[in-house]
Design a protein around this ligand. Structure first.
Ligand code: SF4
Length: 328
């Protein structure tokens, strides 16, 4: 029996940071073993907020594509595409836009939460407002059956299910209503202990340009403020460095950091140094592979072309089904 089809995408907003990795991309690497997967580099979604920096979208897209392959996403086993290069996404978006009541979008909590910020930074626009409609088209265009999401995103998927259900009801169609594939998303603070966000400038990139930059950023990290001196015991549970150890370090190193912190057996410099080394061990090879891929633009373009064409083929099939149901 064929495995269910998974669809997932990452919005293009600049280089991937470790929040993207632990929140979404790491799951892709395991899902590819068990499912038929469509993975998208979502540049249209990036454009909704970065439309004034449109010249940055193409280099960011290439970088993200190179990065996800460098980390082990298999472009032969999966379909890895660039959203804007598969025009069928937008065609299905328009079809869905016509049958999506405005009220559904007005009720989306992420929109309500982001509205003030959107007004302030000039992104209070139709594209951003209609984001869930495009997201529904992104899934349905590949007849996606499973969408990996964290528990806090299940509600976001619900509107896609409603839009697709409405299409099916109106046109007597049978597009799959996507199911959530629940994934574990660890909470990860930014370098300064606040929520990780590009706008706070507190992110660690998935692959920093080099080891020196990585160490510099880890050294800047906030620690337990009560541990002002080396001889003061600390509380690792409130320290972002320790949160990162739990993700990047071996069980022995996590224990070493926790005990050393509580007993003042280690200093914060030692603790950060060990963390930086563990991150470096994990990221060194993908960083080099990403660089090599970006340096060979012909090879990278070739891989993107093949992925986009594979995606288009499936997307065209869906549109044929859609138009036939619509008798259009
Ligand atoms: S020793 Fe490590 S866990 Fe403890 S406060 Fe310093 S950096 Fe944080």
């Amino acid at each position: 029996m064929a495995s269910p089809r998974v669809m997932s995408g990452i919005r293009v907003t600049g280089p991937l940071h470790i929040g993207n990795y632990w929140g979404a991309f790491r799951n892709w690497l395991s899902l590819q073993k068990d499912y038929e997967c469509y993975f998208g580099v979502m540049d249209w979604h990036g454009m909704t907020t970065a439309y004034r920096k449109s010249e940055e979208i193409a280099p960011w897209t290439r970088e993200m594509y190179a990065e996800i392959l460098a980390w082990g996403l298999d472009p032969e086993k999966n379909t890895v595409f660039v959203q804007s290069q598969v025009h069928e996404h937008i065609e299905l978006f328009m079809i869905f836009a016509n049958l999506t009541p405005m009220g559904w979008l007005e009720r989306v909590t992420t929109w309500k939460d982001a509205e003030e910020e959107a007004k302030q930074n000039d992104t209070h626009n139709l594209g951003r407002f209609a984001y869930p409609v495009l997201q529904s088209a992104d899934i349905a265009i590949y007849r996606g059956e499973k969408v990996p999401v964290g528990q806090d995103q299940v509600a976001h998927l619900e509107i896609s299910r409603e839009i697709i259900r409405r299409f099916n009801n109106v046109y007597k169609a049978k597009l799959p209503e996507p199911q959530a594939l629940l994934t574990n998303v660890p909470s990860l603070p930014g370098l300064d202990g606040r929520k990780m966000s590009k706008s706070y400038g507190n992110t660690l990139l998935l692959t920093e340009p080099d080891e020196k930059t990585l160490r510099k950023k880890v050294n800047m990290m906030l620690t337990d403020p009560q541990r002002a001196r080396r001889e003061n015991p600390g509380n690792p549970e409130i320290c972002p460095v320790y949160s990162y150890h739990k993700l990047y370090s071996s069980a022995e190193d996590v224990e070493w950091a926790a005990t050393g912190c509580r007993t003042a057996g280690i200093g914060c410099g030692d603790c950060k140094g060990r963390l930086a080394q563990n991150i470096e061990n994990l990221t060194k090879e993908p960083r080099e592979q990403k660089k090599a891929l970006l340096a060979d633009s012909k090879k990278l373009q070739g891989l993107m072309d093949v992925g986009n064409e594979k995606a288009r083929k499936e997307a065209r099939k869906t549109l044929e089904i859609v138009r036939s149901c619509m008798k259009w």
